[in-house]
Write a protein that binds this ligand. Structure first.
Ligand SMILES: O=C(O)CCC(=O)C(=O)O
Length: 296
């Protein structure tokens, strides 16, 4: 059963601050495990806005959009990123929804800048599973205070939702990076391929062989719930959907206090260095400009 009000709406109607909505336990969980699941954070206003945005986005994807998987039955898994610059509904969500305050409060940062959005859209029954990976070691920024707000726009069961290895963000381990450029059944040209082997200091363990041993966590989630996860955590495993069930996920990536621009010689995933340069951003800079706007 859904709450009549989302937590965020209650906060708007009362004197509650974000520190009442996000408890100390939530913050401790985030810093200890690298991930926290927060319930009923986004009301229908925001969900409808994102669903509407996704519908127009899918009509006109960006040049980065890619089908990651297309099986013999025609079922697909599609990814696109940094669409907020052309999809007005996404831009409004980024600037006005509770997402920025959530990210700032959970990270304990004094301010947050927006990094980028990414969507992960699976058609009903898609069996594609997202490979286990980390984000931040391969991004065009570096810093511990980097996180994603992962929001399913439809209900999702724990066994199909994004999963995490708690604590894997904390030890500074950098695992070999899956080459997402390989996910290109349509043979799209200009897909970034990079050899990241010199960045990693260890191979990806076989987490699926014994998820319990790794303490893998994921949650049954409803639209309005989100997980906030640190960008260094090992995550993956989402997918393998039942025949009649699709999964559309909207994510936003946020940058907090210790983050700096970092152009990595080995390559980046996704590589935003060119557009960052166009906006006058250089390695070592703090995030800023209209590309990486400060939201709160
Ligand atoms: O939802 C998914 O399958 C992948 C999400 C992900 O890897 C991310 O947001 O970094």
């Amino acid at each position: 059963m859904r709450l009549r009000h989302t937590v965020a709406e209650l906060r708007d109607e009362t004197e509650m601050g974000w520190s009442d909505v996000i408890t100390n336990d939530d913050k401790e969980t985030y810093h200890r495990d690298g991930v926290v699941c927060l319930r009923s954070m986004f009301g229908l206003e925001w969900l409808d806005l994102l669903r509407d945005g996704l519908a127009s986005h899918l009509e006109a994807p960006t040049h980065r959009a890619r089908v990651w998987d297309r099986d013999e039955a025609g079922r697909t898994m599609m990814w696109d990123s940094q669409a907020w610059r052309s999809v007005g509904q996404y831009e409004r969500f980024v600037r006005e929804s509770p997402a920025a305050e959530l990210a700032k409060t959970v990270m304990g940062s004094s301010a947050v800048n927006f990094f980028f959005d990414a969507v992960f859209v699976r058609s009903a029954g898609s069996q594609f599973r997202t490979p286990w990976h980390q984000d931040e070691p391969y991004w065009s920024v570096s810093g511990y205070d980097t996180c994603t707000v992962w929001m399913p726009l439809v209900p999702v069961k724990a066994e199909n939702a994004l999963a995490f290895v708690p604590g894997s963000h904390a030890g500074r381990a950098v695992y070999e990076h899956y080459d997402f450029g390989l996910l290109n059944p349509d043979g799209k040209t200009e897909v970034d391929r990079s050899d990241f082997s010199s960045v990693a200091d260890q191979p990806v363990p076989d987490i699926d062989a014994d998820p319990e041993a790794y303490g893998v966590v994921s949650w049954d989630m409803e639209p309005g719930d989100c997980v906030v996860f640190n960008s260094r955590i090992m995550h993956g495993g989402s997918g393998q959907l039942p025949r009649d069930t699709g999964l559309s996920v909207f994510t936003t990536k946020w940058l907090g206090d210790d983050v700096r621009i970092a152009f990595r010689a080995e390559g980046m995933d996704p590589d935003f260095s060119e557009v960052m340069r166009e906006h006058g951003l250089a390695p070592g800079d703090r995030p800023g400009t209209e590309l990486l706007p400060r939201i709160c």
